[in-house]
Write a protein that binds this ligand. Sequence first.
Ligand SMILES: Nc1ncnc2c1ncn2[C@@H]1O[C@H](COP(=O)(O)OP(=O)(O)OP(=O)(O)O)[C@@H](O)[C@H]1O
Length: 233
Amino acid sequence: MAPMISVSALSKEFTLHTQGGARIPVFDRLDLEVMAGECVCLHGPSGTGKSTLLRSLYANYKPSSGHVRVLHGKDIVELGSAEPWQIIEVRRRTVGYVSQFLRVIPRVPALEVVAEPARLAGVPEAEAQNRARTLLKRLNIPERLWSLAPTTFSGGEQQRVNVARGFALDYPILLLDEPTASLDAANRQVVVELIKEAKARGAAIVGIFHDMEVREAVADRLFEVTAYRRDAA
Ligand SMILES: Nc1ncnc2c1ncn2[C@@H]1O[C@H](COP(=O)(O)OP(=O)(O)OP(=O)(O)O)[C@@H](O)[C@H]1O
């Protein structure tokens, strides 16, 4: 079986053009494969590059060297060299991303924010809305808030809308950046259940989970993100 995600010899270094071209090496020659149904937790001290790796898997960052490949339908797409339209397609159908903070779009109601990914992927409107309602209900967002834009929602409510949006479509690959950081125990448990269900249907998941209970409940293994070492260059 082909891995859903394949990272090989991936290195990332940032260049700060606005600060005299300062160079920040983050990680160096990472290799990682994630299979369908597997959940890998990115691990390591603060600043080693966990978020940078997760964003690289979503093609937010281009590799400095090395490759990130994802299985998109029957094709293998190399994200570093893919055309922008291919990245859009991969994000539309294959890779879902739950960031820590919801990027709130003014005036768009929570229900629409959650239903949008399914709609964009071609799911019929009624079905997309139903799925969004079910998720908002499971994540304990009061129904009176569904028609309001999440701009004024609490941090935890915004995070739950974000989680609902990430699970609104059965993405084959899911990237989760601390999806439970602002949640109470009951809602953390709902997210754990959603992750387990996604694994059971064969999703390949890569996440950052600082909460030990969540990590132990969902992660099949830890992947140590090691910071760049000059002597390894
Ligand atoms: N867009 C960027 N431009 C420049 N430097 C960046 C950028 N994003 C991250 N970095 C740098 O890369 C390094 C790794 O950051 P990253 O956020 O990936 O670490 P992390 O392991 O996720 O940390 P934490 O656990 O604290 O969230 C840091 O030194 C950070 O300053």
